[in-house]
Write a protein that binds this ligand. Structure first.
Ligand SMILES: [Zn+2]
Length: 136
């Protein structure tokens, strides 16, 4: 029962709502921040992520916009791979609750590398190392 619920949660793109204060005019607005993008379901979010348009704050008062950098977990539930994208080089993700492909997610700090990794993994040119069998 519990296991089923965890699996369902992990197959959805995740977002949080935050109050963000515009660095230009100090206007505070609510915005949705995505922390996880799931392929192939969230095609729209994937495109935004790869175009560097995800988690963009657009101020309705002064019309300025700025990017909010948070670590994002990109995962593909069909091809079974996951990659963390974080601008912060010292970011270390918390391990997932149970051992599966999310456990092997590597961290990349560069959008170009993220694009390349996704392309390679989608076409199964590159494989994330399998978990050691003796640990099971
Ligand atoms: Zn503003």
């Amino acid at each position: 029962m519990v296991k089923k619920r965890i699996t369902k949660l992990e197959t959805m793109s995740k977002s949080i709502i935050i109050d963000f204060t515009c660095p230009i005019c100090n206007n505070s607005e609510k915005m949705i921040l995505f922390t996880s993008v799931t392929a192939p379901k969230s095609q729209n979010l994937k495109e935004k992520l790869l175009n560097n348009e995800l988690n963009m704050f657009n101020c309705t008062t002064c019309k300025s916009s700025c990017k909010i950098e948070v670590p994002i977990l990109y995962h593909d539930i069909n091809k079974q791979f996951a990659i963390w994208y974080s601008m912060n080089k010292s970011f270390v993700p918390a391990p997932p609750l149970n051992r599966h492909y999310l456990f092997n997610a590597k961290v990349v700090n560069d959008l170009q590398i993220l694009k390349m990794e996704i392309l390679l993994l989608e076409n199964q040119i590159l494989t994330i190392e399998n978990k050691p069998k003796d640990e099971l």
